[in-house]
Design a protein around this ligand. Structure first.
Ligand code: B1M
Length: 213
């Protein structure tokens, strides 16, 4: 197997044996983010496909998630940092009913490496907690993540609850179940402030920079 194929296969197989030396080797050729977005993400997509076809069980997907998390943790110190002054404060949460947090945590790393202060509320976060945290922390942007189809609907509900609480700071949404169109036609009409859709973590950074300009 090529280096790239081996990296994807650690994620697919859910094994860490040989992972670190291969990550080190990959760092000689690619940036940390290229390794994540390329071979590791390809592995995760394959995991999703196999799981969908009932060829993997949840316990196996969890092991894959562990490998992805360990890889991201190992690569984090190698990621580009732009330590400018603090650009703003962003709240991040995986919405109520959803446990997927690898993408959200990657967004946290990228934003915090680029001048943002992050308030990460974790997973399965109900709107009430977001409202409470918004009031305590006075964040500039509220970031919502969700990967399940039902999470897209949960974002609509969350936007409605935020509006009812009188909040209108920009909301940034992301995650596999969402599209730009859903964001525009279903979430935005339910909210008084801006709602933007980020397709990945780097897009999230670009959007945050634009929103804070
Ligand atoms: Co689950 N899962 N999972 N899962 N899982 C999916 C999402 C699924 C598509 C797999 C499939 O069937 N093909 C499917 C959803 C189906 C649907 O709703 N249409 C699914 C399912 C069904 C489930 C369960 C219901 C399974 C079960 O129990 N029967 C269950 C749900 C539990 C719950 O949430 N209540 C479940 C559980 C799990 C695990 C716990 C085993 C594990 C998660 C571990 C963890 O996160 N700590 C897991 C995993 C790993 C996946 C897949 C395989 C991979 C997700 C991932 O981490 N990707 C996933 C299939 C897939 O996506 N291919 C799947 C890597 C990550 C870096 O990408 O999160 O997309 P992603 O983030 C990207 C962008 O989306 C974006 O930037 C990130 C990086 O560039 N982004 C943002 C994300 N959030 C953002 C926020 C932003 C900006 C950008 O601003 C705020």
């Amino acid at each position: 197997l090529s280096l790239e194929e081996r990296l994807a296969s650690y994620v697919v197989e859910g094994t860490k044996e040989g992972l670190i030396p291969d990550l080190d080797q990959a760092l000689g050729r690619y940036t940390a983010l290229e390794i994540i977005n390329g071979p590791l993400m390809a592995g995760m997509e394959e995991v999703g496909r196999l799981f969908n076809n009932n060829e993997l069980i949840v316990a196996e997907v969890l092991q894959s998630a562990e490998v992805m998390k360990a890889s991201v943790a190992y690569l984090e110190p190698f990621m580009e940092k732009n330590e400018t002054s603090v650009k703003g404060k962003i709240l991040l949460a995986t919405v109520k009913g959803d446990v997927h947090d690898i993408g959200k945590n990657l967004v946290e790393i990228i934003l915090s490496n680029n001048g943002y202060q992050i308030v990460n509320l974790g997973i399965k976060v109900p709107p009430e907690r977001i409202i409470e945290a918004y009031r305590e922390e006075k964040v500039d942007i509220i970031g919502l993540s969700g990967l399940l189809v039902k999470s897209a609907q949960q974002m609509v509900t969350t936007a409605q609850d935020l509006r009812n609480a009188g909040i209108d700071v920009p909301i940034m949404v992301g995650g596999a179940a969402l599209t730009r169109k859903f964001t525009k036609t279903r979430i935005r009409p339910e909210y008084d402030g801006m709602v933007v859709y980020a397709k990945d973590a780097m897009d999230g950074l670009d959007l945050a920079n634009k929103l804070m300009d």
